[in-house]
Design a protein around this ligand. Structure first.
Ligand code: UT7
Length: 331
């Protein structure tokens, strides 16, 4: 059976940098609180005049295609992970396809929040293994900032999330490396612990003035509970990927956790007894970009020239759903 390999990576971040100090002017928070509780110093917010989820993704994808040594015509399928699509429907996958002039190829949208990119990677991996496609774009892209509430009521989410896009090209490969395995999980009993309720379809009217004035159109997060589940599931799903491949934590060259909170990454580093430098973090600069955080991180690692052939890399995520997932990759 064929294997799939990441052959190109790219990312795009909006230009506008928003510091903690700026947010502290809008709500009862402080740079100290945000850095201490989350590790975040600044994040990027999109420019409504020029950035969309689809066009940020397109810019990230163009870089990924180029550094895979391919052309747009070589891409056969798009898997697009976002929970912040440009339209209620259709998904942003088709919009990005149009933006890139790749009409005709399939575009699949994924709504698995912070785990969305790994879910997408897993789907693309299966298509390649079965021989259906040879080159697939897998994207994670989000604009969170337009859905946040920049006042005291919204402070527990407003200070965390950011905008950005990352993309990889997954290609068929005959070599030994590539994606070794992916592991996907969900527990819907916790759906309402981290969610965006409205506008939902199962109400008499999808959007009312009351909803807009209230909190139900804003993201809700039970931060403490999410944190407690996250640290357990991250550890489980990382170990699951290693166990499945008869590998050890000591074999890992790099762990890229979804950038949810620096305290989560630090906890994992200690708990798994990983050497300094194995766990990659960039949440300090970009906040939590949900489905985009892992491909952005991967692209930065690539740009920093830190990836060597045969290096063992684990991607892991946890988020809304709850969903959690990992991918073990031999570079
Ligand atoms: O990406 C998807 C997955 N998401 C996650 O994994 C996120 C997991 N959770 C977290 O990262 C953390 O729970 C948060 C960063 C969201 C919150 O940190 P925490 O240490 O769990 O704080 P807390 O919610 O327990 O709040 C502590 C205090 C509260 O005040 P009292 O009740 O102690 O008086 C909050 O009202 O901090 C208050 N608070 C704030 N203070 C200043 C909450 N948000 C803020 C804020 N600035 N922005």
């Amino acid at each position: 059976m064929k294997k799939s390999k990441i052959t190109g990576v790219g990312h795009f971040l909006p230009e506008r940098i928003v510091t903690n100090h700026e947010l502290a002017k809008l709500m009862d928070t402080s740079d100290d609180w945000i850095r201490e509780r989350t590790g975040i110093s600044e994040r990027r917010f999109f420019d409504p005049e020029k950035d969309t989820v689809a066009n940020m993704a397109a810019r990230a994808s163009e870089i990924a295609i180029q550094n895979a040594g391919l052309e747009k015509k070589d891409i056969e399928f798009i898997v697009f992970a976002t929970i912040t699509p440009d339209y209620y429907f259709p998904g942003s996958g088709v919009l990005m396809q149009r933006e890139l002039g790749m009409e005709g190829i399939g575009a699949l949208d994924i709504r698995n929040a912070c785990s969305g990119f790994i879910y997408g990677l897993s789907i693309a991996d299966q298509y390649i293994k079965t021989g259906m496609y040879n080159n697939i774009l897998v994207i994670g892209a989000e604009i969170q900032s337009s859905g946040l509430e920049f006042n005291d009521r919204g402070r527990n989410t407003a200070v965390i999330f950011g905008d950005g896009a990352g993309a990889v090209v997954l290609s068929a490969s005959e070599s030994q490396g590539g994606i070794l395995s992916t592991h996907l999980h969900a527990d819907g009993r916790f759906a309402e612990e981290l969610y965006g309720k409205d506008p939902g379809s199962s109400r008499k009217e999808r959007l009312t003035y009351e909803m807009v004035d209230g909190e139900s159109t804003k993201p809700y997060m039970n931060g403490n509970l999410v944190f407690k589940h996250a640290i357990v599931r991250f550890e489980e799903v990382i170990k699951e990927s290693l166990d499945k491949n008869n590998l050890q934590l000591s074999d890992l060259k790099l762990l890229i956790p979804h950038q949810a909170n620096l305290r989560i990454s630090n906890f994992l580093e200690q708990r798994l007894k990983l050497e300094k430098g194995i766990v990659f973090n960039n949440i300090m600069k970009y906040g939590n970009t949900t489905g985009a955080s892992i491909p952005i991180a991967l692209s930065e690692v690539y740009q920093e020239n830190r990836l060597r052939e045969n290096d063992l890399i684990c991607l892991a995520a946890f988020g809304s759903g709850f969903t959690w997932a990992s991918a073990l990759i031999k570079w």
